[in-house]
Design a protein around this ligand. Structure first.
Ligand code: ADP
Ligand code: MG
Ligand code: MG
Length: 901
């Protein structure tokens, strides 16, 4: 018979940390803590395998499951010296969900199960506290009804609020026993009316249905949404833990709280926790009451505080990572109810990893692998311009302050609900979600928003914890904001902010400011520098990291982030500047060669200046410059402007405007019409342009080499790599290669400076990958242009993909957007094959990638595996790419696949 249930209690547990997949994160760590001798209330965990079997059988429980539960319930009765459903010594339990990865608050948990009209009296007598017993019962009915019976919490909350209003109290804890008893009566009547049945009094029936509902809560809308966002497989399912209740609501010597062993916002090594006296666990997480800082516990119960701190430290040492813990104190006795590795901001992730290494808890490999490449990129995200923020505050734009819950600088339009947040974000708007408090239902809205503000709740409230994990700026407990959800506005200090108004949120300081405040580029912190330093060391002999940069300023920034060269300068970007575009148009529209050459001659000095700037910024490092790639019509008016021009033309005609003005317009219209293409992506672009208009590439090569020679003369070490775009045939390669050499060598001879340079190509047409061996006869390096290569391999136009891609992703027809995450199976195969064939002809062929994928971790790992020399990505992605490259190498070594050379 399959074992579906694992016991923990009385100092011993059948499970442990390694059984995470079977027992879920919560279950396995409760077992682990029990074995460590940490005070944990006893209980048992029903495995995810039980869930899977139930699921496969159309939600029918597997044979023997209920019997095993009853057996373990008996064991639980023995160790707790109480009996389930007993009138004198009633055992109460919680029924908790827990998947193998933490899905905070996404599934259901029921507390105080085992209460009935009979056992509640026993509980009151035994505890000598009527108020407490009825408080538990009303909590239980609320939770059980919402999870199992489908009666919404709000139904009960209304009655609760009514009673509180009548008595003039604000805290639940201030309700006397007889009022709670009456409330329970009312609750039961509601249930009878709404479900047609009385509230179930058979505690075993309660348990069976509760377990089943917790199983089922895996499919709750919020849980499904969370899985989609975080890529958690549908088929994992949840384990269910049933454990003896301990009571934080037994009076002032009791309470409950949560805490992090380090500050999850910054990573600072200090106990970051909150405590709520006379309350049960859900109160803290739900943000119903704002908890006290943990110092309050220190003052009230110093020895409990000391014990808690000691356990927190022990747990961190044991797990070698920052922990997020839940605890409850029952009349001065401490219990741990959960521990897991804590969600943290990107900045904190880096600091915690580096600090743990310094504390000798983990080694450098582990530290490098602990941090996600996206996290180092996130940690250098923009921050508010200090001076501008100060000016905004001085000008009276500070709306309010709350607790700084999750760092980040966010600017956006205020919205008051999740649906609106999602809707507006879809339209490309930046939004700030403003809520009294958040609940798991709001996760999609939080994900869509740039930042989150709540008026209630503490540092460990739902909003705070989820925002930290998502990397969103978040301010909680901004109590001055009086939010009116119905009217979609909030008031603060006599001002009204309506839906759609812009605010700025500083999650690092807790400030909420009216209107936009400018942000400035982030910096590499000391910890990031340290971590990346280690990464660079382990990366040696592996992938280099270059930048895609088009201007000297970009190049400098990239170098600051650790770029080891430039993998892509897109020269066309230099043509778009306002003072250059007219000359470019003149060149394009030239009626004869002479006029075209004259226009090109005017462009040459400005191109040269750009290149000199870039070579200077990259002194000593290689710079890959791509010759003109886009079709020429991109420099002419677009379709909308074209239509306006046509309208303007007929207006001028009727007005009888100057013939010269009319002619100029006419010429532009003709040029646009002439250059229009049915399929520009597959049209007259890349080297096809260079071959039909050799004078354009000629000018560019001249500008590059003049700049290189000039810079070299000034003592700059230059390594230009001239790159031909969109090569598809050997002929194209040979032609452009020879043409380029001719011009380049001419410049070198003219200027009398010897500059080593290479001429290579992008591999972005599938055909080029297939005939790479021949291409490499001429090309001295390859750079995979994976944007076009993806486009041409799939046959998806990148500009039109939004029409079907979302549906494809929804239906699971594609695992991911191939334009963000390299399609290793198809496009990757072409890359691997291209490298292999290219190196057959030229064994030392230098190979890189310059598509968008060069900054994405899984794609970087792939580039490492196929033996590329470097990846190239946008400057802000460089830190992440450095880390990803190191991780790829470390993983390879851990898998035994290679050694550091
Ligand atoms: P979630 O996954 O949403 O955090 P939990 O299962 O952790 O749900 O439970 C919610 C709250 O109830 C937590 O604060 C937890 O500490 C508390 N809780 C769970 N089981 C017990 C118990 N046996 N005794 C006291 N409090 C409990
Ligand atoms: Mg929990
Ligand atoms: Mg391309």
């Amino acid at each position: 018979m399959t074992k579906y249930v694992y016991f923990f209690g009385a100092g011993r547990a059948e499970g442990s940390s390694v059984m995470r997949n079977l027992l879920g994160g919560k279950g396995c760590e409760l077992a682990e803590m029990t074995n460590l001798g940490i005070p944990v209330p006893p209980g048992f965990t029903i495995t995810t395998q039980a869930w899977v079997h139930r699921q496969r059988a159309g939600r029918k429980w597997p044979e023997g499951l209920w019997e095993q539960i009853l057996e373990h319930l008996e064991r639980l009765e023995q160790v707790t010296d109480a009996r389930f459903g007993d009138r004198e010594r009633p055992l109460l339990v919680s029924v908790r969900s827990g998947a193998r990865v933490s899905m905070p608050g996404m599934m259901e948990t029921i507390l105080n199960l085992g209460l009935s009209d009979a056992t509640v009296e026993g509980l009151a007598t035994r505890a000598g506290n009527e108020r407490f017993a009825w408080d538990c019962y009303r909590r239980f009915i609320t939770m059980y009804s919402s999870v199992v019976l489908g009666v919404k919490r709000e139904v009960f909350a209304e009655h609760l609020d009514a009673v509180k209003g009548r008595l003039g109290v604000t805290a639940d804890a201030d309700l006397p026993a007889d009022e709670l008893r009456k409330l329970v009566q009312i609750y039961q009547e509601e249930i009878a009316v709404r479900t047609g049945n009385p509230f179930p009094q058979d505690v075993r029936e309660q348990l069976r249905l509760a377990v089943d509902s917790v199983f089922e809560s895996w499919f709750a809308k919020k849980a499904t949404e969370y899985r989609r966002i975080h890529g958690v497989p549908e088929e994992w399912g949840t384990a269910v833990t049933v454990m003896a209740m301990v009571f934080g609501n037994l009076g002032e010597a009791s309470g409950t709280g949560v805490g992090f062993t380090r500050d999850p916002r910054t990573g600072e090594a200090r106990f970051y926790a909150e405590f709520l006296p006379n309350a049960q666990g859900e109160d803290v997480v739900a943000g119903i009451r704002t908890p006290l800082p943990i110092e309050a516990l220190h003052e009230r119960m110093p020895s409990v505080y000391a014990e808690l701190l000691e356990i927190a430290t022990r747990l961190e040492r044991h797990y070698k990572d920052m922990q997020d813990i839940e605890f409850t104190i029952q009349e001065g006795t401490l219990y741990l109810l959960q521990t897991r590795s804590g969600k943290r901001s990107a900045r904190a992730a880096v600091k915690v990893a580096v600090d743990l290494e310094k504390e000798h808890a983990i080694d450098q490999h582990t530290a490098i692998l602990r941090v996600k490449p996206t996290e180092v990129n996130e940690a250098i995200r923009p921050v508010f311009d200090d001076r501008e923020k100060a000016a905004a505050i001085a000008a009276g734009r500070l709306l309010g302050r709350g607790l700084a819950a999750a760092p980040g600088a966010a600017v956006g339009r205020v919205v008051f609900d999740t649906d609106r947040a999602v809707e507006w974000a879809k339209d490309g708007q930046q939004v700030i979600l403003v809520r009294p408090e958040t609940s798991p239902e709001d996760v999609a809205g939080m994900y869509a928003a740039q930042g989150i503000v709540t008026s209630r709740g503490g540092r460990t409230s739902h909003a705070a914890v989820v925002a930290v994990g998502m990397g969103k700026a978040c301010v909680v407990g901004a109590a001055d904001l009086s939010i009116d959800e119905a009217r979609r506005q909030f008031e603060v200090g006599g001002r009204t902010v309506r839906e759609g108004d812009v605010v700025s949120v500083d999650g690092g300081t807790g400030e909420v400011i009216l209107d936009a405040v400018t942000t400035v580029a982030g910096q590499l912190s000391e910890e990031i520098e340290t971590l990346l330093g280690w990464a660079d060391f382990y990366r040696k002999g592996g992938l280099g990291v270059r930048a895609n940069a088009d201007t000297p300023a970009d190049a400098e920034r990239a170098r600051g982030f650790g770029a080891e060269g430039i993998g892509l300068v897109r020269t066309e970007h230099m043509f778009f500047a306002a003072d250059r575009l007219p000359v470019v148009r003149e060149m394009i529209m030239a009626s004869d060669q002479a006029i075209r050459r004259a226009a090109l001659e005017r462009l040459r000095p400005v191109q040269r200046e750009d290149f000199v700037g870039i070579f200077r910024a990259m002194d000593g490092l290689p710079v890959t410059i791509r010759l003109l790639d886009p079709p020429l019509h991109e420099f002419l008016p677009n379709w909308k402007e074209y239509k306006e021009m046509v309208a303007e033309k007929s207006r001028l005609e009727t007005l009888g405007a100057e013939p010269e003005t009319q002619q100029r317009l006419e010429a532009l219209i003709v040029a646009v019409e002439k250059l229009r293409e049915a399929n520009p992506m597959l049209g007259h672009r890349g080297c096809r342009l260079g071959i039909t208009h050799p004078e354009i590439y000629g000018m560019q090569v001249r500008a590059i080499m003049e700049a290189a020679c000039t810079a070299a003369e000034q003592g700059v070490r230059v390594e230009p790599e001239i790159m031909i775009p969109l090569t598809g045939t050997v002929g194209e390669m040979k032609e452009t290669f020879e043409q380029t050499r001719r011009v380049a060598d001419g410049v070198i001879a003219e200027m009398g400076v010897s500059v080593p340079y290479l001429v290579g190509t992008m591999i972005e047409v599938p055909r080029a990958a297939l005939i790479a061996q021949k291409i490499a006869e001429h090309a001295e390096f390859f750079s995979f242009g994976t944007n076009d290569l993806t486009q041409l391999t799939f046959g998806y136009s990148r500009d039109d993909v939004a029409k079907f891609l979302p549906k494809y992703l929804d239906m699971g027809l594609l695992p991911a957007d191939p334009f963000s995450i390299l399609d290793q199976e198809g496009v990757g195969e072409l890359i691997a094959l291209g490298i292999d064939r290219g190196r057959r002809r030229r064994p030392d062929l230098k190979v890189g990638i310059c598509g968008e994928h060069g900054g994405e971790a899984s794609s970087v790992e792939f580039c490492h595996k196929v033996g590329m020399n470097y990846v190239s990505c946008s400057p802000y992605l460089i830190p992440g790419a450095r880390l990803a490259a190191a991780q790829a190498r470390i993983k390879e070594r851990l898998a035994g696949g290679g050694d550091y050379r």
